[in-house]
Design a binder for this molecule. Structure first.
Ligand SMILES: *Cc1c(COP(=O)(O)O)cnc(C)c1O
Length: 492
């Protein structure tokens, strides 16, 4: 019996734990999980050693264990080698165990704002602000001039008032909270008139009728699914009416025999009756360039110009900032919302406020915004430059025997915005017919890559949009495709 064949002679836990390669894990996850993982590895090794040679163990965590054993079998029982291989198995196990639940992914799906992939990536300036404000203390609720308690959102609100020339602004946790707050504070126990064509579901359980009910406001539906006239609203106004409400159809569109009342006529009607018009704008597009690209997507400036009294929108959709809900409009209404008890429940944390303020600052200079805010930069990427970049990558991939080509494609904005708009674009196409894998298994292997790479499949080819892929991610993509495309289907 060689040393390695004897379970008793496996290296000792304490000796192995001294290996400096474990230091990083000890620092990030603590000693106990590292020791426990090692015990599991050793226990599995012991079990494996107790089995006869022709019953190969198949413990998935122990990819290196067979090497450990074959090292022993060759009658070269070097305990240093055994230790090394056990540590490698341990490092692999710890790597997997220490992966966060939410992981970085490479988004090559072509959807710039993907709700399931965290919506808008943040600008470098926003990240710097988050880091600076969260690694130490900040004047979050402290007024440095008066040496008194301050308002956490006062500076950001002043910035929003300046940017849009509005009387008042508040910032909450997300747009769903913004709408809930507006309805609870301004309409509780009274009627809110909404078109039947705008009783929408945004996703993640946000449904206008349900939010309305939860807020204590009474929904007064008017018109039909496809057509609602200003007269329908006018007829519905009575002494119980608290507000008129307009909801942007963010994630779907209607065509054919359709019609709706415009924001301007609704605002005029509301004002004639002494009522506010609440406008759930959804995406909150700030950039004129982006609005031009997404023909038809209303901008915040346009919503203000049309006379709406309370306008709500998201921070992490077309604005390109962190998750937040922004409410702007007339002081007479916004002040009531600001002092409502729900305001405390819906408040933003300091990281989101730091990121939002830094993002909004960029909008003071449209060129700076275009260059720095990732979703603007991606959406407004020059198409010819994108095609050249993809052709270049395709050539490098072909050199690595990957069947790649640059093909015309469509870009979608995503994230519940501009549903009908498909922007002409270019994509990298991989044809699985020319590999030994099916489209489904190529896609699955890329999704299992570290970091996971997400693409889309269309008629059995894989498409990768590079607008949303950074230069560094492109190198990972190249490596992953070369690796994955060289593989064969697993035997059943
Ligand atoms: C996205 C959206 C919401 C929800 O906004 P969140 O920021 O995701 O909470 C509400 N209303 C409309 C019209 C939307 O498009």
């Amino acid at each position: 019996m060689t040393i390695i064949d004897s379970p008793r002679l496996l290296p000792k836990v304490d000796d192995l734990l001294r290996d400096p390669r474990l230091d990083a894990f000890r620092e990030s996850m603590g000693h106990v999980p590292v020791r426990d993982a090692l015990r599991e590895i050793l226990e599995a090794a012991r079990q494996r050693l107790l089995q006869t040679e022709d019953q190969p163990g198949r413990h998935p965590d122990l990819i290196y264990l067979d090497q450990v054993l074959s090292a022993g079998r060759k009658d070269q029982p070097e305990s240093a080698l055994t230790s090394h291989l056990l540590i490698l198995a341990l490092l692999r196990k710890l790597e997997e165990e220490s992966r966060p639940g939410i992981r970085k992914v490479i988004n090559a799906t072509g959807a710039i704002l993907h709700t399931n992939l965290g919506r808008a990536p943040l600008a470098r300036q926003a990240l710097a602000a988050v880091k600076q404000l969260s690694e130490g203390y900040s004047s979050l609720e402290f007024d440095l001039e008066t040496n008194q308690r301050g308002q956490r959102t006062s500076s950001i609100e002043a910035l929003i008032r300046r940017l849009f020339d509005v009387e008042s602004a508040i910032v909450v946790n997300n747009n769903a909270a913004a709408v809930m707050l507006a309805l609870s504070a301004l309409c509780r126990g009274r009627e809110v008139i909404v078109s039947r064509g705008e009783l929408v579901e945004i996703g993640g359980r946000f449904r206008v009728p349900e939010i309305m009910e939860e807020s204590g406001a009474v929904l007064r539906e008017v018109g039909t699914t496809n057509k609602t006239h200003i007269l329908d609203y006018e007829r519905a106004v009575n002494e119980e009416t608290a507000a008129l409400m307009k909801v942007h159809r963010s994630n779907f569109s209607q065509t054919g025999f359709v019609g709706e009342a415009g924001v301007k006529e609704l605002a005029d009607l509301a004002h004639n009756q002494g009522l506010p018009l609440i406008y759930d704008l959804g995406s909150g597009c700030f950039s004129e360039d982006l609005a031009a690209l997404l023909a038809g997507e209303p901008t915040v400036a346009k919503a203000i110009g049309s006379g709406a009294d309370v306008i709500c929108f998201s921070g992490d959709k077309l604005l390109g900032g962190p998750q937040a809900g922004i409410i702007i409009g007339k002081s007479q209404y916004i002040d009531v919302m600001r002092s409502h008890p729900l305001m405390r429940a819906f408040r933003c944390d300091k990281m989101a406020l730091a990121a939002l303020e830094a993002t909004l600052v960029l909008y003071q200079d449209p060129d700076l915004a275009r260059a720095s805010i990732p979703i603007l930069r991606m959406a407004l990427t020059d198409r010819d430059a994108l095609r050249d970049r993809i052709r270049d990558l395709a050539l490098r991939l072909q050199d690595l025997s990957v069947p790649a080509a640059a093909v015309p494609s469509k870009l979608i904005m995503g994230g519940g915005s501009a549903p009908e708009i498909e922007i002409p674009s270019w994509a990298l196409e991989i044809d699985p017919q020319k590999t030994r894998l099916s489209a489904a298994s190529l896609e699955a292997r890329l999704r299992a890559f570290d970091p996971p790479i997400l693409c889309r499949t269309s008629r059995d080819v894989l498409l990768f949009d590079l607008r949303t892929v950074t230069e560094e991610e492109e190198r990972i993509l190249l490596f992953a495709l070369a690796d994955v495309c060289s593989k064969e289907e697993d035997p059943l």
